[in-house]
Design a protein around this ligand. Sequence first.
Ligand code: ADP
Ligand code: AMP
Length: 217
Amino acid sequence: MNIILLGPPGAGKGTQAKRLEQERGMVQLSTGDMLRAAVKAGTPTGIQAKAVMDAGELVSDAIVSGIIGERLDMEDTLKGAIFDGYPRTAAQAESLDTLLSERGRQLDFVIELEVNEDALVERVEGRFTCANCGEGYHDKFKLPKVEGTCDVCGHHEFKRRPDDNAETVRTRMAEYRAKTAPILPFYEAKGLVRKVDGMADIAEVGAQIDAILDGKA
Ligand code: ADP
Ligand code: AMP
């Protein structure tokens, strides 16, 4: 099964993608994570992308579709791909169709996380992740069970993203509204869109997604 999780920054895409990886053996394909890895490694792509990401704007379609294509050639993605943060523009949606059909694969669902934008700044500002395994947490909504210790890998260091500040989040939301939300009709026309209430708590959002994947919604 191949699915897209669609929603603005802070909607809960990464949180749900990581859970689906752990519970269903699917594979999270987050272009944001891949770009951050490229920035950290200092690759030509990373050097080019860094300023754009720091400003909350979108990296070029050619770059992100290129890295998704390379990732789809890795065999683990045959277990089922969860596209998280991709596609973000109409051109990327077209590219994804081509990348999948060239490999004899197809999309099963586009799951839209419906959220109230007013809540997202708080979600993004409180976000932090395990510096070792990348598990996501929140200062208020999802603290580690044992303070200072990652629930998943037991590591003690955490990190925050430089673009998770109120000002950049506003730009990222505007980019979502202008360029990403308009791709929904493309997928609606294909009958792929399913909506979940992204304002519910993390477990409830997960239950709604599971019902869709299990054909019960
Ligand atoms: P995205 O990947 O869509 O940008 P994340 O999954 O990283 O969003 O979630 C943003 C922050 O909000 C994280 O700190 C996460 O722990 C928290 N979060 C995710 N889903 C919910 C939810 N349903 N209710 C409250 N907080 C949430
Ligand atoms: P994310 O981790 O999904 O919040 O993405 C962080 C940043 O990476 C975004 O604000 C963009 O600058 C960049 N980015 C991630 N995915 C894409 C994409 N599909 N298209 C363009 N830019 C992207």
